[in-house]
Design a protein around this ligand. Structure first.
Ligand SMILES: [Zn+2]
Length: 606
């Protein structure tokens, strides 16, 4: 048995590009590396190594995997052998004989959390102050006897926890490190959990490593979890997995719900293969963890907007880890907790039975919105469906999905396949609430120019409220590509002051710089001249994404094999006709440029 942490460390440290590059001739393409596929013996560079993800993938034979599967498949090693081989190359020591040398230095932390857990559980059973918590559980239809095996606890309001722990021989430093005490800004130390109902969080070996705390009175946050500690890694832990893992293996599926109460309600009703993430979106590590236990996940989340968003995000993450994903849809206004409370296990079973594949569920929703009815929306619908296809790593599943979407949207499978093979757009991380001092950008602020057409529209909008109103009406914000430029457009669009717009104050620096550049854009003096400028600029902005797509098709055709070429060419011709009708001038300019640059694929930025 090689410890999980070591396996992860080895996987993360391995340089997949150089390992595969030993036997395959790889060339850099953007963020990835491409070469001929050694699995199906391809001649073209259809085999991609994606260092950011630590995975390889063949677009033709669909062979994929990580550094370990590379060794297993190429050199016939078994899994532990592959791990050892990579570890040896990296110089990472693997403890032999399965045992650790000496005691685990984290033992005091496990000890502290365990002692605290016992104490919290006794509070819930006995303390007068916990009456509030007991009544809360009763209101949710959970009496104490039922709750007993769940080992819930109660954290009292005052400092009693700290005193009790000191009496039990635990020192402050350990309690702080275990996340049970917290140090305030003024230096005082307080219990982390106060006036909360506590749900113990276990690791896979069933040891309590942290808590989720539900606030019982008014206040924020409603749920508070233990912080990350040496024994509690939130992203790699799932609530109830320690208890559910055998049932998950047996059922060959895992039910994913949102909250701790949902888990317990389902477990009490008799469904044992239930887990929940820890109050955040499902992480890649959590998805990988689930894949170790089951090939299928059923998502049982709320069916409101937020719930759907969470559903599809979690679904994509699970697809990336080669799970099949189905979505169980709850009646509006219900959550798993209320559903089982009212209808028992049979109500739950009916809903699980009706669970549909995640992509089909997406299509259902888009269909209900009428998005397949016209061309413009169909494009948008496609944009919603593509990420799911892209996320799908299982080759057969992916093939089925491509067929399904081709069927539904009327876009040929070859085109879809190419779009889906395009790299995922980089996921923009959410900005931190407050930028730490050290992370503040240094040196010159980023230059935000906007294209010429973007500048012309903005310049007109600055000039008078008529153009601001007109632009707000006909120009779509997404035509502006840089977020700062789009922000300025939206700001001007909502400005109803008469006359020229005043320069914006207290805006992020890039906009200030852009404003100065705009002053240099010349405007015709008469209305007709301005109207022409406006019409031309907006048409170019609208045409731009379509022209890009056309250019992309051209590139694909150049790289395509003989089997897929005809379909791509047909799509290109169809597109050419459409562009010729909708944007004749822009399309002509584009064609001219293509010719003049000898077929170079540079699209003028309008
Ligand atoms: Zn291949």
């Amino acid at each position: 048995m090689i410890p999980d942490e070591i396996i992860e460390q080895v996987r993360d440290s391995a340089d997949l590009v150089s390992i595969i590059g030993d036997t395959v001739e790889l060339k850099r393409t953007g963020a990835d590396y491409r070469g001929p596929c050694p699995f199906h013996g391809g001649q073209h560079r259809n085999f991609a190594v994606i260092p950011k993800k630590g995975r390889y993938y063949c677009f033709v034979c669909k062979e994929s995997g990580d550094v370990f599967s590379w060794y297993m498949k190429r050199l016939g090693m078994d899994y532990p052998g592959a791990v050892r081989e990579v570890a040896r190359k990296l110089g990472i020591a693997i403890p032999e004989g399965g045992g650790r040398q000496g005691p685990d230095p984290r033992e005091p932390l496990y000890q502290a959390v365990s002692v605290a857990h016992d104490w919290f559980a006794r509070q819930l059973r006995e303390a007068p102050e916990a009456e509030e918590a007991r009544r809360y559980l009763q209101r949710r239809g959970l009496d104490l006897e039922t709750v007993e095996p769940l080992e819930l606890g109660y954290a009292p309001r005052g400092p009693a926890f700290g005193h009790a722990m000191t009496q039990l021989g635990l020192d402050e430093a350990t309690l702080l490190e275990a996340g049970l005490l917290a140090r305030r800004e003024d230096g005082t130390v307080v219990p982390r959990f106060r006036a909360r109902l506590l749900f113990p969080i276990h690791d896979l070996r069933g040891r309590v490593v942290g808590f989720g705390g539900r606030l019982l009175g008014p206040g924020e946050p409603k749920y508070l979890n233990s912080p990350e500690t040496p024994i509690f890694r939130k992203g790699g832990t799932l609530y109830n997995l320690h208890a559910a893992k055998n049932a998950i293996r047996k059922e060959e599926s895992v039910i994913l719900v949102e909250g701790y109460f949902d888990v317990h309600r389902l477990v009490l009703a008799g469904a044992e293969n239930v887990v929940a993430p820890l109050g955040t979106a499902l992480t890649p590590d959590q998805a990988a963890l689930l894949r170790r236990y089951a090939p299928t996940a059923i998502l049982l989340l709320d069916s409101d907007m937020a719930g759907l968003k969470a559903t599809f995000r979690a679904g994509d993450e699970l697809l990336r880890h080669e799970l099949r994903v189905r979505v169980a849809t709850m009646p509006p206004g219900e959550d798993p907790d209320t559903l089982v409370q009212k209808g028992g296990l049979s109500a739950l079973q009916a809903i699980l039975r009706d669970a549909v594949d995640i992509l089909e569920r997406k299509i259902q929703i888009l269909e209900r919105k009428g998005w397949f009815a016209d061309i413009e929306h169909r494009r948008e619908a496609l944009d919603r469906l593509l990420p799911t296809i892209r996320a799908t790593r299982d080759p057969i599943q992916r093939e089925l999905y491509l067929g399904l979407v081709a069927d539904r949207t009327g876009v040929s499978k070859a085109v879809l396949e190419h779009e889906a093979a395009a790299p995922e757009p980089p996921r923009v991380p959410e900005p931190p609430a407050r930028l730490p001092e050290s992370a503040a950008p240094r040196g010159a602020p980023p230059r935000v120019a906007g294209s010429r057409a973007e500048q012309q529209v903005l310049r007109l909008m600055i000039a008078s409220e008529e153009w601001r109103a007109r632009a707000a009406e006909v120009v779509k914000p997404e035509w502006f590509e840089h977020p700062a430029v789009r922000q300025l457009f939206e700001l001007l669009g909502s400005n109803r002051e008469p006359g020229a717009a005043a320069p914006p104050t207290d805006l992020p620096e890039p906009i200030g710089g852009l404003w100065q550049r705009l002053a240099g854009v010349e405007l015709p003096l008469d209305f007709n001249g301005q109207a022409n400028l406006f019409a031309g600029a907006t048409r170019r902005l609208e045409a731009r994404p379509h022209l890009r797509r056309y250019r992309q098709l051209t590139e694909w055709i150049r790289d395509a094999g003989p089997a897929e070429r005809p379909e791509l060419v047909a799509e290109k011709n169809r597109m050419a006709r459409e562009l010729q009708t909708r944007f004749p001038e822009e399309f002509r300019t584009y064609g001219y440029q293509l010719g003049r640059r000898g077929g170079r694929r540079s699209l003028p930025n309008p």
